[in-house]
Design a protein around this ligand. Structure first.
Ligand code: BTX
Length: 325
């Protein structure tokens, strides 16, 4: 961590009091005049810092611009986002997260990008991630669960996004198995879970979320106009990305802790509230087939329980599913 970031951390942790130049100087092992120079630099970047003689320094405002520090400011999580890496532009937050996870990145590290030039979805799909319009982020998780339980994390993440969309944005979300969030039947967010595992142990999971936030229709390529939507398009409001990221992190951490403590059944119940309804007819498309069948539920391993074209009960791990319009 750079001196500058350590300084921001110290100031953030003391945001309701003043911290004396002396105390900062002792913690960072730098001179009072070096501190003063750092403060001037921070002010140039949009931080508003109050300096009072005899009392010390205090941050009053953070810059509007996203950064690891601004996302962390006021973030009320215990482990998710203790480390946040923000880049203005990345090929994909998944790629960087994999690199970091293969190093020593800790459980709960978050990678966020202003834009992605090669955002990706499942299989070889691309994910449009236009500049500063949405939330493009990946979590590094090191869960102590079996590899075949990893798909549960996708469903868990979907319930988290659904909760934030309903509670904080005020829209009615629908989860489309396995990894999409729709509003008024249009795709507003997607989740991509990738993992590295040995036979019966997960090494790490990179869980990516893409959420369309402040897009107008023009921000989407033409072929998505009838299928994609954003929070702004749905609510007529511009949303603060930093604030939404914090809400997602807090809700995700809480839900993940619940999952570890109580297992998947709570998550499954929540999923089934916002996803397909038990018994509902759905359209199913696999590589080989296309048919209609009832939704029978979500299996413990995250699979979709339904029926084959012949009417036998089956579990699907990969397919395109849709409602009847
Ligand atoms: P998916 O494969 O289910 O969906 C991808 C499909 O969705 C595309 O083929 C296209 O039809 C459509 N699509 C592409 N971009 C958008 C968009 N912005 N809004 C709505 N529909 C779109 C879904 O994959 C999982 C996406 C995860 C994205 C995150 S962003 C952070 C992380 N980094 C990264 O590269 N991917 C993840």
């Amino acid at each position: 961590q750079s001196t500058r970031n350590k300084l921001i951390d110290i100031l953030s942790n003391n945001s309701d009091t003043y911290i004396s130049g002396q105390a900062i100087s002792e913690q960072l092992q730098i001179s009072r005049s070096a501190i003063w120079k750092h403060m001037k630099e921070l002010e140039k970047d949009g931080y508003v810092i109050e300096g009072k003689s005899k009392r010390g320094y205090r941050i009053l405002e953070y810059p509007n611009k996203l950064s690891g520090n601004t996302i962390k400011w006021g973030l009320e999580t215990e482990w998710l986002g203790k480390e946040i890496i923000y880049k203005d532009t990345l090929k994909s937050t998944q790629i960087l997260a994999h690199e970091l996870a293969q190093g020593h990145a800790q459980h709960g590290t978050v990678v966020v990008a202003g834009e992605q030039t090669q955002g990706r979805g499942r299989m070889d799909h691309t994910w449009e991630s236009s500049k500063e319009k949405g939330i493009w982020m990946s979590f590094i998780l090191r869960p102590e669960i079996a590899p075949n339980q990893a798909p549960q994390l996708t469903l868990l993440a979907a319930t988290v996004l659904a909760e934030v969309l309903r509670r904080d944005v005020g829209v009615v979300p629908m989860i489309k198995w396995p990894n999409d969030l729709l509003i008024n039947r249009k795709k507003c967010a997607g989740i991509l879970t990738e993992m590295q595992a040995e036979q019966d142990q997960i090494w790490y999971v990179v869980l990516g979320m893409g959420i369309n936030v402040n897009h107008t229709l023009d921000d989407f390529p033409k072929d998505l106009h009838s299928r994609a939507t954003s929070l702004k398009l749905e609510t007529d409001k511009t949303w603060e990305i930093r604030d939404l990221i914090q809400k997602i992190l807090v809700t995700f951490e809480r839900t993940y802790n619940t999952y570890l403590d109580n297992g998947f059944s709570v998550i499954k119940e929540r999923w089934e509230k916002d996803g397909f309804r038990i018994g509902e007819q759905i359209k199913i498309k696999t590589l080989r087939d296309k048919w209609e069948a009832p939704f029978l539920g979500i299996a413990e391993d995250g699979a979709l329980q339904t029926k084959t074209p012949n009417g036998e009960e089956t579990k699907l791990y990969s397919a395109e599913i849709d409602w009847f319009s």
